[in-house]
Design a protein around this ligand. Sequence first.
Ligand SMILES: [Fe+2]
Ligand SMILES: [Fe+2]
Length: 259
Amino acid sequence: MKILLIGDIVGAIGREMIMKYVPILKKEHALDLVIANGENSAHGKGITKKIYDKLLQAGVDVITMGNHTFSKNDIYNFIDEAQSLIRPVNMEPTGYGKSTCIVHVKGKKIAVSNVCGEVFMYNVIDSPFLCMEEILENTQADIHIVDFHGEATSEKIAFTYRFAGEVQVVVGTHTHVQTADERIVKGTAAISDLGMCGAYESVLGRDVNEIVTRFTTNEKTKYTLATGPGIFCGAIVTIDEQTNQATHIERIQIRPKEV
Ligand SMILES: [Fe+2]
Ligand SMILES: [Fe+2]
């Protein structure tokens, strides 16, 4: 079984990358499941119902979120009914939506969950480690997949080792920069960060000049997204259907031609 996991989709350019490359990669790699982080898909912050529907139409099966889950008010209109959308279990506001999504693929019950790291993150109300233990206790599944939305690679790697052998896929999101530490530990595929889908010439998807100004003058700037050719980042995990263990993880990074 092959699963494509995609990093934070940032704005219109990120969405264009999804529309373009998900169908191509699905065909090329005979993918069985596609999971993408949509926390920045609506103009860099949050998600709307319209975008949620579009991403599913493009071939994404499950959408995970992060600290920007509630950045667009539209989320409150559809999150409780959105079957294929999950939000971090340990982040406020709680009481909206769900944090684990069950999908059935090739006769396997797959649980996809979304947790948030505590290091350098706001509104986190519980340990992702304890929350994951609780999810595993309460959710029977053949394969567990987790999107760990967090800033610190140390926390993500520690999480991988803690749940190696119990959770089959641990992928990080949030930093928008893909890490080169993909590994298999006791049948668990992991990478600290998948990277992003968005404008390549940017600072994490945002306008370069604006962010440079922000850092050099402390001036409070807007949230302008960068434009131009896009980058697509993610990873493909192979699961052995006999053992339900991950056997391979391959980073995917499609860049525009650099000039
Ligand atoms: Fe984030
Ligand atoms: Fe993000």
